[in-house]
Ligand binder design. Structure first.
Ligand code: ADP
Length: 327
């Protein structure tokens, strides 16, 4: 059986020369939640826009259920019913009620009769806790409610794949956490495959069944959240995901998670250069004799360490992960 969606060697530029996607390949199976992360400008949004035909690709191929998608077709409506998209900016029609926003595509495009479309829309609104707002207009809703409607509208077509470009990016932290849980539930219940962009690391680790780390138009590493976190392949991934220490020993570079660095005991002598406490986590930065800086973190308030104090640090050899790339 072919994968649900196969992205094969996709190449994209906007100006005929500067590559934005440089041969991106990725396979997705039914029910997966793939989270794309990477620095701003690395090509995440472009990849999503290429998948649903908002942007043309210059080379490569994207297959849905084993068949290459024909992006040259004039009318991509059929494709967009199978591959839906949700943006950070909601994009609801302001002059239409919530219910009408949701039933627009099923009735006008998919030919579902109005009563059935309404029934399905109401079921979805029920699921996202907004049945009581069916007759309201978008302006009467909060940001979080609007995003719930946008999601309901995107899933009412029963797409096989839903592309979500920072869907919760405009919401405050509390609401974002709550919506993550709701989105996960909805995704499980509907069995829709998600490709999800976020710049929130916790959200990425929390939402995904697989994380894809992109850099400069290429995929740097793909794996489960714990694979990417515990065994980064490159120095870039180690630093980008969870900010690991990079420690150079001879010619080799190792990633060492700050929670694995012990303070006060160990083989390396150094001097405290920073001591901070944020969100329940203490972080102490120590400059070692050879000039390398190592951060140690642990839960709870820190014992009184001052900048300039001499201290030794250490870690288990098992917690050193050799990585490729440069420090
Ligand atoms: P990300 O989503 O990872 O932040 P984007 O896919 O938005 O990255 O952008 C990748 C690169 O493509 C950036 O250098 C950006 O400036 C460029 N880019 C994005 N959209 C356009 C566009 N419509 N026209 C020209 N360049 C674009």
């Amino acid at each position: 059986m072919p994968a649900l969606l196969e992205i094969k060697n996709v190449v994209k530029n906007y100006d005929g020369k500067t590559p934005v996607l440089e041969g991106v390949s990725l396979e997705l199976n039914k029910g997966e939640v793939i989270v794309l992360i990477g620095p701003s400008g690395c090509g995440k949004s472009t990849l999503l826009r290429c998948i649903n035909g908002l942007e043309a690709i210059q080379a490569g191929e994207i297959c849905l259920e084993g068949k290459a998608i024909d992006y040259n077709k004039k009318d991509l409506t059929g494709l967009r019913q199978k591959i839906g998209m949700v943006f950070q900016s909601y994009e609801l029609f302001p002059h239409m009620t919530i219910l009408d926003n949701i039933i627009l595509a099923p009735t006008k495009v998919a030919g579902v009769d109005k009563e059935n479309a309404k029934r399905e829309a109401m079921e979805l609104l029920e699921k996202v806790g907004l049945a009581h707002k069916a007759k309201a207009y978008p302006r009467e809703l909060s940001g979080g409610q609007k995003q719930r409607v946008a999601i309901a509208r995107a899933v009412v077509n029963k797409p096989s794949v839903l592309l979500l470009d920072e869907p919760l990016g405009a919401l405050d932290l509390m609401l974002r956490r709550q919506m993550q849980t709701e989105l996960k539930k909805l995704q499980k219940a509907l069995g829709i495959t998600f490709i999800y962009i976020t710049h929130d690391q916790e959200e990425a680790l929390n939402m995904s069944s697989r994380i894809v780390v992109m850099r400069n138009g290429k995929i740097e590493q793909t794996g489960t959240p714990s694979e990417v976190y515990d065994t980064p392949k490159t120095a870039f991934v180690a630093e980008f995901v969870g900010g690991a220490n990079l420690y150079k020993e001879g010619e080799k570079i190792f990633a060492i998670r700050s929670e694995h660095v012990r303070l006060g005991v160990g083989d390396y002598a150094g001097v405290v250069t920073e001591n901070s406490f944020m969100a329940g986590l203490s972080k102490v930065k120590v400059r070692l004799r050879d000039g390398q800086e190592i951060t140690s973190s642990h839960m709870g308030m820190n014992i009184d360490l001052n900048i300039g104090d001499e201290i030794s640090v250490g870690w288990d050899k098992n917690d050193m992960v050799e990585v490729e790339g440069e420090k």
